[in-house]
Design a protein around this ligand. Structure first.
Ligand code: GLA
Length: 391
């Protein structure tokens, strides 16, 4: 667990100088709209107060020297010649960003970087997007690159696709950068138009429960889902040529072509089209401040992710079932790519303490693992810490 101060002093220790740039990069939550982004539908995420802090400075060398404080690992990334893939995932996330900037014509030079924070790795809060957006923001500052946040999000997504090999959607990078204090980002992943919706939850609050089952998006299951959805589009196009992504298909159309889609692709398409509809219902409820109406939709999403999309796991199923039976919890579901990570819960504030205690105890008995709970705040997205840079 690191904060600005520890990151800065690690920088001083390691490089014997003071960092020029300080960046705060955010993790994200997602209220609803899971696995809809690469299907060009809607998502409803927010940046949260789980951070990776970066300290950086130009080093006058032809390579970057990077220290990952959370995992106590150090590496060198040459900035001359072809960028090489590393066998370390975190290094590839950084190199991919440099590679994208260079493709845009930026002439790069060496940087010294230390980063670390309080954002748990591999827990569905998108530590990888925070790593990308934080580093991309640092490189932007160091080389005075003229690029806006939505374009940084696109650049980071391309880097994931092309360098890291993860065919992710744009939600994580966009939310990490474009998040705004106390607001949810309603993002249309087809047009990239977005709108802020106040996260006004009345007597309820968001509580994340980390199953501590670590997922890895590079695993083939995520890629398989992306392909199954593309397969669904191909089939549905035969009946309606205007369909370019599952975003263009309705639930009714999917139901109508169940046989042609085949059992697996049918389930995937049914989930995605239902999820887009649920998301719009959630937005409507939030706009009317009918928070109670949001809860059941979260449970429905969980059932869809578990039974149709098949990206849950027994540990998070346990957390969600337990939450469903606990007083004061009005909604719960697995959050993020799946196969582990956190559940997101809507909990009556007066019951939060009891819920956290009870769920942790039940989980450790059932799964011999210690769950962790986070009451997260919604904050402004990844940025340069301006007071330092302009002082
Ligand atoms: C991961 C990906 C996102 C998105 C979610 C599922 O977090 O990086 O693009 O697909 O899974 O909603």
């Amino acid at each position: 667990m690191h904060n600005y101060e520890t990151i800065k002093s690690l920088f001083k220790e390691r490089f014997d100088s003071t960092p020029t740039y300080e960046i705060r990069a955010c993790g994200r939550i997602n209220i609803i709209g899971e696995h809809t982004d690469y299907n060009l539908g809607y998502v409803l995420p927010a940046a949260i107060d789980k951070f990776i802090f970066f300290a950086g400075a130009a080093n006058g060398l032809d390579h970057c020297r990077v220290y990952a404080a959370d995992i106590d690992d150090y590496d060198i990334i040459p900035v001359t010649g072809e960028f090489q893939r590393s066998n370390k995932l975190w290094v590839n996330y950084l190199t991919g960003i440099l590679d994208q900037y260079r493709r845009q014509g930026v002439s790069l030079a060496g940087l010294d970087v230390v980063f670390g924070g309080n954002l748990p790795l591999g827990s569905g809060m998108s530590s990888s997007a925070a790593l990308e957006t934080g580093f991309a923001t640092l490189v932007k500052a160091a080389f005075e690159i003229d690029i806006e946040k939505p374009d940084i999000a696109r650049l980071a997504q391309r880097s994931s696709h092309e360098f890291v090999g993860v065919p992710c959607g744009i939600m994580d990078q966009f939310a990490s950068l474009m998040g705004r204090e106390k607001q949810l980002v309603l993002l249309d992943c087809r047009s990239l138009e977005y709108e802020y919706i106040p996260c006004d939850l009345g007597q309820y609050e968001i509580v994340l429960i980390n199953s501590k089952v670590s997922h890895d998006l590079s695993e083939s299951a995520y890629e398989a889902r992306v392909e199954e959805c593309a397969e669904g589009v191909k089939v549905l196009q035969k009946f309606n040529p205007t369909i370019k992504s599952l975003r263009d298909a309705s639930r009714a159309l999917v139901l109508q072509h169940k046989d042609e889609l085949g059992p697996i692709v049918f389930k995937r398409c049914l989930y995605v089209t239902s999820e887009n509809e649920r998301l719009l219902q959630v937005c409507q409820a939030l706009r009317k401040r009918e928070v109670e109406a949001v809860g059941p939709l979260l449970f429905e999403t969980h059932a869809g992710l578990r039974d149709l999309y098949e990206v849950s796991c027994k540990e998070v199923d346990f957390l969600v079932e337990f939450a469903e039976g606990h007083p004061g919890v009005i909604g719960s579901r697995i959050m993020g790519g799946g196969f582990g990570g956190c559940s997101i819960n809507l909990v009556d504030r007066s019951q939060t303490e009891g819920f956290i205690e009870a769920v942790k105890e039940a989980y450790s008995k059932a799964h011999a693992k210690e769950a962790e709970a986070y009451q997260v705040d919604i904050v402004d997205g990844t940025d340069l810490v301006k007071s330092i840079i302009y002082s």
